[in-house]
Design a protein around this ligand. Structure first.
Ligand SMILES: Cc1ncc(COP(=O)(O)O)c(C=O)c1O
Length: 437
């Protein structure tokens, strides 16, 4: 394909893709957003649906009025649309609406918590803090190793499952890395976990927006038990996230947050809790967030997740080729062209800090990227070979400039021509780093 001529046929589906923004010299330019791993802009369809639905919006679950009943119905029907989108089990699984992936994982960590008994959670060296910190204060956490290029070691996963002798409660792993873009083989990981009687949670924050996710493939050993994801990373930024898992998990015990909506009967002496998912959704739910999520799911489904995956892969391959050819750039993710990955590219330029590169990209070309460690510090410490001793230095010197990387991340509306713009500027920076420092 002639990459240069190819524009994203999805661009018109996204709000603000061609917005003009000011550069540091005051001139206006078309914004380039390469920070989609953080949050994506909304779909046009999402905004339209929000406006359309707002005429019928009302408080849900408790109202008797027509609008309240309609809103409640829509909210409840949304669960089966979500289940279908990721092929979860409509009979045994439940969809709990939360704020985001972070809340979803915290919620599950409370549900699986067994008090004093400390069973093992296997997390990995490539996790976002949101899939690491919630487990630390409730379980014994062990971390599956990554190899020299930062890819997850399935050998180490198996050896840790063996080492803990059936005491691993959960293997919790990211579906795709927000740092390197590597896509983990979640069904292989599920099979291994299940062989050793552990369950699996996939942190789908970076996976669900970019590839088709199948929680229940034919082989039952490969089933995904729990899945978490955020709507703001899939073109529906209205404060909703999702936790999916077996209803059974959420039946026993008391939810970590309780209040309105979670109880069926309350006296001063006892409480009968609601069934899942309602016992897990304390307070007035975010109806608009769910309306937005469903509109996004409908648009993504109509486009076809395979087509989106394919297009974003082409963008990533093209960008990788371009960046690799620039002297002075170090890329921190290595995949062959046929390896599954999402459109996330981490890099640094010799002779200039990651923060400065990002500032120059923004000031001179209106390009938004992200720099730093993206809430994935242990993984970045490994990729950059920063020793524990070195980290002690930063602990004591909180104002010292921190190591990190620059991250470019794609959405379906990005264009090849935008990659040309960033590559040209990066080439200039890398030729004269001191001029830009
Ligand atoms: C892999 C991964 N997991 C979890 C999260 C947390 O998502 P949220 O901030 O929506 O809770 C992120 C956010 O960037 C992420 O990239």
């Amino acid at each position: 394909m002639n990459y240069k001529l190819a524009r994203s046929s999805y661009r018109h589906l996204v709000v603000g893709a061609d917005s003009k923004i000011p550069l540091s010299n005051g001139k206006l330019t078309t914004a380039i957003n390469f920070d989609n791993a953080a949050s994506t802009p909304p779909f046009v369809s999402v905004m339209e649906e929000i406006v359309k639905f707002s005429t019928m919006y009302s408080s849900i679950h408790r109202g008797t009025g027509y609008k309240s009943q309609l809103s409640s119905q829509l909210f409840e029907d949304a669960r089966s649309i979500v289940l279908k989108f990721v092929n979860a089990d409509p009979l045994h699984d439940t969809v709990i609406f939360v704020k985001n992936t972070t809340e979803a994982i915290n919620k599950l960590s409370y549900r699986l918590w067994e008090g004093k008994k400390k069973s093992v959670i296997l997390s990995t060296y490539m996790e976002h803090h949101s899939n690491d910190l919630p487990w630390r204060n409730k379980f014994q956490v062990d971390y599956v190793q990554t190899d020299a290029s930062g890819k997850l070691s399935l050998e180490d996963l198996e050896s840790k499952l063996i080492k803990h002798k059936g005491n691993v409660k959960l293997v919790t792993v990211t579906g795709a890395s927000n740092v390197t873009g590597y896509v983990n083989p979640i069904h292989k990981i599920a099979e291994l976990a299940h062989r050793y009687r552990a369950k699996i949670l996939v942190d789908g924050a970076q996976l669900v927006p970019h590839t088709a996710v199948n929680m229940k493939p034919k082989n039952a050993l490969q089933h995904i038990d729990y899945l978490a994801f955020s709507a703001h990373k899939m073109y529906a930024p209205f404060g909703t996230g999702v936790l999916i898992g077996p209803k059974e998990t959420f039946r026993q015990g008391i939810p970590e947050i309780v209040g309105g909506g979670t109880a069926e009967t309350v006296t001063h002496d006892w409480v009968v809790w609601e069934n899942p998912p309602h016992n897990e959704e304390a307070g007035s739910p975010n109806v608009m967030g769910v309306v937005a999520l469903i509109a996004a799911i409908k648009t993504l489904t109509a486009l076809g997740m395979e087509n989106i995956d394919h297009y974003e892969n082409q963008l990533t391959n093209y960008a990788n080729l371009k960046l690799k050819s620039i002297p002075g750039i170090t890329l921190y993710s290595q995949t062959s062209i046929d390896e599954p990955r999402i459109g996330v590219i981490p890099f640094n330029i010799q002779g200039i800090t990651h923060e400065r590169v990002a500032t120059v990209l923004s000031n001179q070309a209106g390009i938004a990227v992200r720099t730093g460690c993206f809430c994935t510090q242990p993984y970045i410490q490994r990729l950059l070979a920063i020793s524990p001793k070195h980290m002690e230095f930063y602990r004591k010197n909180v104002d010292a400039p921190r190591p990190g990387v620059v991250r470019i991340s794609f959405g379906l509306y990005n264009d090849f021509s935008e990659i040309d713009v960033v590559a040209q500027l990066l080439e200039r920076i890398s030729k004269h780093p001191t001029t830009y420092s």
